[in-house]
Ligand binder design. Structure first.
Ligand SMILES: [Ca+2]
Ligand SMILES: [Ca+2]
Length: 97
């Protein structure tokens, strides 16, 4: 199952361009408990859903690195980390129009 944003999905190895808004919308799908925030667990699910070949501990470490204040959720001010991660690891290119 491909969970990447559909509108901009392409089958080449090119980076998938998404706007920041689309990226946030996509992340919302993983907000399982609907509290409006992405917890470390929810982020982990999102990463796995994208088929990123991470060992468990590597993924965990990445998630922890994004949650810089270690409160268990990705806060607005930590979104920059997440964007950077998505660009490096998920093959996304977050653009702002
Ligand atoms: Ca949540
Ligand atoms: Ca946090």
């Amino acid at each position: 199952m491909d969970t990447r944003p559909k509108a901009i999905y392409c089958s080449t190895n090119d980076k998938i361009e998404v706007t920041f808004e689309e990226f946030k919308k996509w992340l919302k799908k993983f907000d399982k408990n609907k509290d409006g925030r992405i917890s470390q667990d929810e982020l982990w699910q999102a990463i796995r859903a994208n088929g990123v070949r991470f060992s468990w501990w590597k993924g965990r470490r990445a998630v922890k690195a994004i949650d810089t204040n270690s409160n268990g959720v990705v806060d607005e001010n930590e979104f920059g980390n997440l964007v950077e991660f998505a660009e490096k690891r998920l093959g996304l290119q977050i653009v702002s129009y």
